[in-house]
Design a protein around this ligand. Structure first.
Ligand SMILES: Cc1ncc(COP(=O)(O)O)c(C=O)c1O
Length: 448
């Protein structure tokens, strides 16, 4: 095999870091495990990239793809339809909360986020509020990399090379309760404060200029920030008061990740738009979707009206066929129920790690957890940039992988280890994750 670094330009990768070593090359997957080119086995603690929800090696999903490709490999959704897109849209509409009945397919998450911002702008232009174009999102949140989605993303480190970005993307505090700047002893008051920050941002910008708020049910980047109690209820009130659309970015948080088909259902709020991707096909083919309420489609249903947006491969027949087969697996095996039944055990197993001096906070819901690492548990002191570099990039990522656990050590906020195993995972996998983390984190502590 050619060397991976000769021609392949990897995503978000320090290519130079591989000059001395070989790029880990994954060749096969089965259940919760993957194997590399040398035949070593790894527990897939991140479901690929929050994607392989049904687990690896499902031949029925591969067969659904082959069958569709033989029958009709491709036809666009531009003024034409194909049966699998129609069927999948109907199936999704039946699973979404409330009147989120209009499914606009994309090929992935960034495109779904991009489409949602465009829809919000176009909707208000067509309903007599043409100045509403801005979007609000949270610090450290990741919403994708295309120029619109990147503008919504709240991570300066991945934006600065590409500026100037799309104007009108405003940032507000996230719900990192462990590092709450206010109300650190009262989650409810903290949630109220964080939600009200959105209201204050809308006031500052001018309610006539704000189109939408983009929030993940559980914010991934920064290491799993679940919503404090009452947060989304208050956000919904604020959005209604100012006529601002609430977009639930569920690229990670849908399809069982949080023990429901959609994160909004888990936390009991009604968005105007859901953006999704990743687990919709469990990764057996690429697909994303922007799911809008009936109300948002209405202005486009006039005789000459249309949402002037599209992508060639959005709603690709093979991807739609795979998504339908994936949802069959979900229903047959009750994967969503499996997450609900096992999430407490997953949490309890990870919480055993609290006896390590480096483990500051274990947070998340469902099968979606972040473990924040600290230098001092009592003061919650975090690492300096140099320490973080040495610890996360220099040691942890490689050491965890070598110990047989694929997961993510991330320092886009404070240093965290992120875990999101396939939804088929059970106690034996939780134990394996805990044991590998325990060994490697214990060693990491000695290296500080
Ligand atoms: C919340 C969220 N939104 C959007 C995206 C972008 O999705 P994609 O990488 O499929 O473009 C991601 C990707 O991880 C995400 O986590």
């Amino acid at each position: 095999m050619a060397n991976a670094t000769d021609h392949l330009w990897m995503h978000f990768t320090r290519m130079a870091s591989y000059s001395a070593g070989e790029v880990p090359t994954i060749v096969r997957g089965e259940g919760a495990y993957v194997w590399d080119a040398q035949g070593r086995r790894y527990l897939d603690g991140l479901a690929g990239l929050f994607v392989v929800n049904a687990g690896h090696g499902r031949t029925e999903l591969a067969e659904a793809a082959a069958k569709q490709a033989s029958e009709l490999a491709y036809f666009p959704l531009w003024s034409y339809a194909h049966p699998k897109a129609i069927e999948l849209a109907e199936r999704i509409a039946a699973l979404t909360p409330g009147d989120l009945n209009r499914i606009f397919f994309t090929t992935g998450g960034s495109e779904a986020v991009e489409a949602a911002w465009k829809l919000a702008r176009a909707y208000f232009k067509r309903t007599g509020k043409p100045n509403k174009y801005k979007v609000i999102s949270r610090y450290i949140a990741y919403h994708g990399t295309s120029m619109g989605a990147l503008s919504i993303t709240g991570l300066p480190g991945i934006k600065s090379d590409f500026e100037p970005l799309v104007p009108g993307a405003i940032k507000v505090p996230n719900t990192n309760f462990y590092r709450a700047p206010e109300h650190g002893d009262d989650p409810e008051a903290f949630g109220r404060w964080a939600a009200d920050e959105i209201g204050r941002a809308i006031e500052r910008e001018g309610p006539d200029t704000v189109a939408a708020v983009f929030l993940e049910p559980v914010q991934n980047s920064g290491g799993c920030f679940p919503p404090p109690p009452g947060y989304f209820e208050r956000v919904r009130e604020i959005c209604d008061a100012y006529d601002v659309l609430l977009v639930s970015d569920e690229v990670i948080c849908s399809w069982g990740r949080l023990g429901e088909y959609f994160g909004a259902v888990r936390y009991g709020y009604q968005p105007d738009i859901i953006t999704t991707a990743k687990g919709i096909t469990s990764g057996y083919a690429p697909l994303g979707a922007m799911i809008a309420s009936d109300r948002l489609m209405e202005p486009f249903l006039t005789e000459t009206g249309m949402f002037a947006h599209g992508v060639t491969f959005g709603g690709h027949p093979v991807s739609c066929a795979v998504a339908l087969a994936n949802l069959e697996v979900f229903a047959r095996e009750d994967l969503v129920g499996h997450v609900r039944a096992n999430e407490d055990a997953f949490r309890a197993t990870l919480e055993k790690l609290y006896d390590l001096p480096i483990v500051g906070d274990v947070r998340g819901d469902g099968y979606f957890y972040g473990i924040e690492l600290v230098k001092d548990k009592t003061t919650r002191e975090t690492f300096t940039e140099a320490e973080s570099e040495r610890l996360l990039r220099g040691f942890l990522s490689t050491a965890l992988f070598q110990a047989g656990l694929y997961c993510r050590a991330d320092d886009r906020g404070d240093p965290v280890i992120q875990l999101a195993p396939p939804l088929i995972a059970e106690q034996q996998h939780f134990d394996e994750i805990e044991q590998i983390l325990r060994t490697v984190l214990t060693e990491a502590w000695t290296k500080l």
